[in-house]
Design a protein around this ligand. Structure first.
Ligand code: HMG
Ligand code: MG
Length: 297
């Protein structure tokens, strides 16, 4: 059991956070959010998603937002794309990293993207081909790795199979998503260990929604298992509109507080992150979902 000395946080608030907030904030505010996040030391900020605006109206302004941000050297700004149409929209505004997504549960995939697991992979195969030719990096998500809102339990073997396939197809990193926060530390650890038997640990990330308050405990269990990339959302925003019961992602502020408190370097300035989270909560007209932000004076 050895903890990493350094962890990369993938900030998913502008995408996973804002895609499921009741209040839709203006494109200018989304741009300001990403610019503020870029100034905190974060090295990966998922900026938006180029999905169907009918399915996710909150992010219908993806092109305007992406074109409006100030891209800082050394910071990656991946965007979520479900298919070639999304990839082309993303490339038209200059995206150089994208993320494709599937799930370990057939039922969830059907509700989320109207496709089976195999169909979802077929849809993004041309994305992977084009991305390789364009030298665009592709991250991959596997959802429902610790449970599904429609199917219930999800077999670890199904998570391993989808993660292995996406990695083999060229995703440089696979983010394992506990979409509705069903996991507990022992199960999270066992799932990660099984996937790491097929995909190198250095190519894995964890993505916990905090629906049942288990996210930090699950992250710690996974760090002990060797993972060094953690997804989180500023202010604990968000969830998936097609996953009933999905609350926000674990709050980035709380993850940074825990990691830095354990002597693990994140490169992130917590005070700036807290200030950004407060600013966003005011824009959304609700309390921050970060305990650290609520406790800070
Ligand atoms: P569909 O209706 O089956 O697709 O949707 P279609 O190919 O028949 O297209 C229907 C219409 O959508 C057409 O327009 C297309 O042009 C348009 P129409 O002719 O009706 O005017 N369309 C698009 N428009 C813009 N951009 C595109 C695009 N593609 C098609 N890229 C589709 C299939 C995948 C498009 C749809 O189901 C969709 O967009 N789903 C997105 C759902 C979503 O964003 N969910 C949240 C993200 S996943 C998540 O949050 C989990 C994660 O965080 C990890 C975790 O927590 O586990 C990643
Ligand atoms: Mg998510």
């Amino acid at each position: 059991m050895s903890l990493p000395t350094r962890v990369r946080i993938v900030e998913v608030g502008p995408r996973d956070g804002l895609q499921n907030e009741k209040t839709i904030i203006a494109a200018a505010d989304k741009i300001e959010l990403i610019n503020r996040l870029s100034d905190t030391g974060l090295r990966s900020i998922e900026a938006t998603s180029f999905v169907s605006p009918k399915w996710v109206p909150q992010l219908a302004d993806a092109a305007e937002v992406y074109a409006g941000i100030t891209r800082r050297d050394g910071v990656a700004y991946p965007v979520l794309v479900p298919n070639l149409q999304g990839y082309e929209r993303a490339r038209a505004v200059g995206a150089t990293e994208v993320a494709v997504f599937s799930a370990a549960s057939e039922a969830f995939n059907r509700k989320n993207i109207n496709a089976s697991i195999d169909e979802s992979i077929e849809r993004f195969l041309p994305v992977l081909e084009r991305a390789a030719a364009d030298q665009v990096k592709v991250r991959g998500y596997v959802s429902t790795v610790l449970g599904c809102p429609y199917q219930g339990d999800v077999a670890v073997a199904d998570v391993v199979r989808v993660a292995r396939r996406m990695h083999a197809l060229g995703c440089y990193e696979i983010s394992l998503g506990d979409t509705i926060g069903m996991g507990t530390p022992g199960k999270a650890r066992a799932m990660l260990r099984a996937v790491a038997g097929e995909v190198p640990m250095a190519a894995l990330a964890v993505h916990f929604h905090d629906t049942r308050g288990q996210a930090l405990a699950n992250i710690l269990a996974c760090l002990e298992e060797g993972v060094a990339v953690v997804d989180a959302a500023i202010s604990g925003t968000g969830g998936c509109p097609y996953a009933p019961g999905a609350s926000g992602n674990v709050a980035s502020e709380d993850v940074v507080y825990m990691l830095e408190g354990m002597g693990i370097d994140t490169g992130v300035d917590l005070a700036k992150l807290v200030a950004t989270g407060r600013w966003l909560a005011a824009r959304l007209g609700r309390a921050s979902g970060s305990k650290v932000t609520l406790a800070a004076h």
